[in-house]
Design a protein. Structure first.
Ligand SMILES: Nc1nc2c(ncn2[C@@H]2O[C@H](COP(=O)(O)OP(=O)(O)OP(=O)(O)O)[C@@H](O)[C@H]2O)c(=O)[nH]1
Ligand SMILES: [Mg+2]
Ligand SMILES: [Zn+2]
Length: 357
């Protein structure tokens, strides 16, 4: 087994220990690079391999890019036996079935939250992405793209606004076209580290990836016509950069519905949380109660009202998603009991027949 090849894809002693507790003899590890229809392309110690799920696997158990798998040799394709527990998980509410979670990426170390400095720029969207990022367990980095497009004064103003909206988060401005600012991303692009590019369609994710790689790994939109995204990238794939980092490029995310993580809200809006502890009432809703430190900060001009409003909106959305999830969980539990009772009745009947009753 070529362990160097595994290490190049992020394998370490902790993954090895985890693998040893789960894997049956004869199995080997692999990391998902991308899904190709019903096959998963995985990096393994013996090179890239196409792998299959055993039939009957449910949707919720599908591997995502970045997942480490337990694989079993089986003819031309290897069989996927298990997904190792994820260190970080980026997911969203799937379209359609409201309570289904769609796993976008697993085991990312860093998320580059990409947002263009021109027409695409929206602090409210950034706050939403940050909330999801913090709940994922990966470290967010804000990457403002297309720095070559707006006039320098506008770039400087938007940079300052962003720094206020995300005080705890590393912030870079880049141009994937001129290459300006890209060197500042180096601290995250280390060998074996995994970074996902997240952002709206047209934000310049694939352009950035190609600039980092020095070659066209992922197609980009030919012309930036109206500044609207056009979903040029159509699937998620983990790409290997020449200097050893792994970068996930994915289709632009239009609506990133919040899925879980009150903690994500608290980190995204850390100063509101800190202010709230100074409110006179512990259960202050910051809606005009006396002694409200949050409203006082808004009155002083220290806190943007739009930020408080966005936090409220995201919190409502989260509460709604959680109610739905618990309803679905309750339904699943009822279902399980019904099945159990039915199975028990069937078993009793069977035994009765055996006893000749
Ligand atoms: N001027 C300028 N244009 C850029 C820059 N980055 C991207 N673009 C242009 O913006 C358009 C969209 O870029 P893409 O890299 O395809 O965007 P994407 O985020 O990958 O979009 P999806 O794949 O649809 O999610 C293309 O026409 C790029 O040439 C930049 O830094 N400067
Ligand atoms: Mg793209
Ligand atoms: Zn208050």
């Amino acid at each position: 087994m070529n362990l160097d090849l595994l290490a190049a894809h992020g394998w370490d002693s902790a993954w090895a220990a985890c693998f040893d507790t789960v894997a049956a003899p004869g199995c080997f590890p692999g990391r998902v690079l991308e899904q190709q229809r019903a096959l998963w392309l995985c990096a393994t110690a013996g090179g890239d391999r196409r792998c299959l799920l055993p039939s009957g696997t449910r949707d919720a158990g599908l591997p995502a890019p970045g997942d480490w798998l337990v694989l079993e040799p089986s003819g031309e394709h290897s069989l996927i036996r298990a997904i190792l527990p994820r260190r970080s998980l980026l997911s969203r509410q799937a379209a359609g079935e409201a309570t289904d979670q769609q796993v976008l990426a697993a085991n990312m170390d860093t998320l580059f939250l990409c947002m263009a400095l021109d027409r695409d720029f929206s602090l409210r969207r950034l706050e939403r992405f940050l909330t999801v990022a913090w709940s994922s367990g990966a470290e967010p980095v804000i990457v403002l793209t297309k720095a070559d497009l707006p006039p320098p004064e506008l770039v400087a103003a938007r940079l300052a606004e962003t720094a206020i909206a995300a005080p705890e988060v590393a912030l870079c401005t880049v141009s994937g076209v001129t290459g300006d600012g890209i060197a500042a991303l180096a601290p995250w692009l280390l060998p074996g580290r995994t970074i996902a590019l997240i952002g709206a369609s047209g934000a310049g994710k694939s352009t950035l990836l190609n600039a980092l790689a020095g070659v066209a790994l992922s197609p980009t939109a030919a012309l930036d016509g109206d500044g609207k995204g056009r979903h040029t990238t159509t699937w998620r794939a983990l790409h290997r950069l020449p200097d050893g980092a792994l970068v996930l490029d994915s289709p632009g995310i239009r609506a990133l519905k919040l899925w879980d993580g009150e903690s994500g809200l608290d980190r995204t809006f850390a100063e509101i949380r800190a202010l709230a502890q100074l409110c006179r009432f512990r259960n202050c809703r910051h809606e005009g109660e006396p002694g409200c430190a949050v409203q006082a900060a808004i009155a002083r001009g220290d806190l943007a009202e739009a930020r408080l409003e966005n936090r409220r909106k995201l919190a409502r959305e989260l509460a709604f998603a959680e109610r739905k999830q618990s309803k679905a969980a309750a339904a699943e539990e009822r279902h399980r009991w019904k099945r159990l009772h039915r199975d028990n009745r069937a078993r009793d009947a069977h035994r009765a027949r055996q006893r000749g009753e």
